[in-house]
Design a binder for this molecule. Structure first.
Ligand code: PLP
Length: 397
């Protein structure tokens, strides 16, 4: 049986070089970075070295990197911490006049959407920005209808975890700036897959996460423009310049730094390799389509090189994922991060895909270690499994 991992947008295997960099911080006497003695000082140096590596990979300064435990925390921090910002148009008016709105795109990960919704209890208005049929933010609707109300914060992801579709973040940041709003982008799926520059995107905050780039789970960062007056989520000993209290996870942060360095060094190779696999896969899929009826989502616009999100007529996504798993292929249905839910993908619903087709969606996300032989074998297995499932459905009907 095959043993093939095609779910790299969910998480990635720890790189051996990353593991080696982490081991001294897990096995030998490791100090607390806030301690003044030699153990503490060397842990502090290790964290600061990693901070510089993360900053370099993100096109940012070290002073802009705030370490968090995961991307979910960094996104919560950005949304809840920056929501208090009042757009400059409002500050010139009566401060109590209007509630400020938080705009998030309709295709964000729940760790952006839910904190935004939770802010409604504190009097903020949370609204979603529509996307078009390709999964791209509708800039015209945003400009004409939504940015007309006083807006404190706009959050639009750089690349979607399901479709891989890439957004025009720098343009949206410009539009947000024009109305005095801050802009956050969730770049968790962008790091390592695309060239990434915090300063070029011109946003005030950007989220990145270690375990998506062959780093360890347990480390992530919010890259933050230090001129932003942001409220911490965690209060305590004042680590991370008071923005994120709690003893740093030194080993995970060190590993994150090394993973960043490797991701940047390999980014072009990664993009070329995974895009070739994706092209091979989608060509094969289109050939199947003549017999089966296949839709590939977001394929008409710029996407992450490694991601393919598709549905086959009459086949349930969950059922196909389980059938492929039994044959040794790890793929995802809808968003793997919320796969305990059987609801159709909110991303596809936002793109106007009908519920039945959305329920059929399956995501394949390639990684640097996958091969063309794996893709060929996978296409053959997919063909057989789909035909088998179609026969079963026909018998049941
Ligand atoms: N944002 C996006 C786009 C993601 O895909 C994920 C996880 O898959 C997250 C945020 C959450 O990141 P983490 O798993 O580090 O909490």
């Amino acid at each position: 049986m095959a043993n093939v991992y095609f779910d790299h947008n969910a998480t990635t295997a720890l790189d051996k070089r990353v593991l080696e960099s982490m081991l001294p911080w897990m096995s030998a006497q490791s100090g607390n970075p806030t301690s003044r003695h030699v153990y503490g000082r060397s842990a502090r140096d290790a964290v600061e070295h990693a901070r510089a590596q993360v900053a370099e990979a993100c096109g940012a300064y070290s002073s802009q990197v705030v370490f968090t435990a995961n991307g979910t925390e960094a996104n919560n921090f950005a949304i809840k911490g920056m929501a208090g910002h009042r757009p400059s148009v409002l500050s010139q008016l009566d401060l109590n006049q209007t509630a400020t709105q938080i705009l998030t795109s309709a295709i964000e990960h729940p760790c952006v959407t839910r904190p935004a919704l939770s802010m409604q209890q504190l009097g903020y208005i949370s609204r979603q920005i529509a996307v078009d049929a390709n999964g791209k933010v509708d800039l015209e609707k945003l400009q004409q209808h939504q940015l007309t109300s006083p807006t404190g914060l706009v959050s639009v992801m750089l690349a979607n975890n399901e479709t891989g579709v890439i957004q025009e973040v720098a343009t949206i940041a410009e539009m947000a700036r024009a109305v005095g709003a801050f802009m956050h982008t969730d770049a968790v799926q962008g790091l390592g897959k695309l060239p990434l520059s915090f300063s070029d995107l011109n946003v005030q905050a950007m989220t990145v996460s270690s375990h998506k780039i062959h780093g360890p789970q347990g480390a992530a960062a919010l890259i933050l423009d230090k001129r932003v007056d942001i409220q911490p989520l965690l209060h305590g000993g004042g680590q991370e310049k008071g923005l994120r209290s709690g003893t740093e996870n030194v080993a995970a942060i060190v590993g994150f730094g090394v993973a960043c360095e490797l991701a940047v060094a390999n980014q072009t190779k990664y993009a070329t390799h995974t895009q070739a696999l994706r092209d091979q896969f989608e060509l094969g899929l289109t050939k199947l389509a003549e017999k089966l009826g296949v839709t590939i989502f977001g394929s008409k616009v710029a996407r992450l090189p490694n991601t393919s999100f598709f549905a086959i007529d009459g086949i349930e996504g969950e059922t196909l994922v389980m059938a492929l798993d039994r044959k040794g292929y790890a793929v995802a249905s809808g968003s793997a991060c919320s796969s305990d839910s059987t609801e159709p993908s909110h991303v596809l619903l936002a793109m106007g895909v009908d519920k039945d087709m959305a329920r059929g969606a399956v995501r394949v996300s390639f990684g640097i270690s996958n091969t063309t032989a794996e893709v060929s074998d996978f296409l053959a297995t997919l063909n057989n499994e789909v035909l088998r499932l179609k026969q079963l459905t026909a018998i049941a009907a």
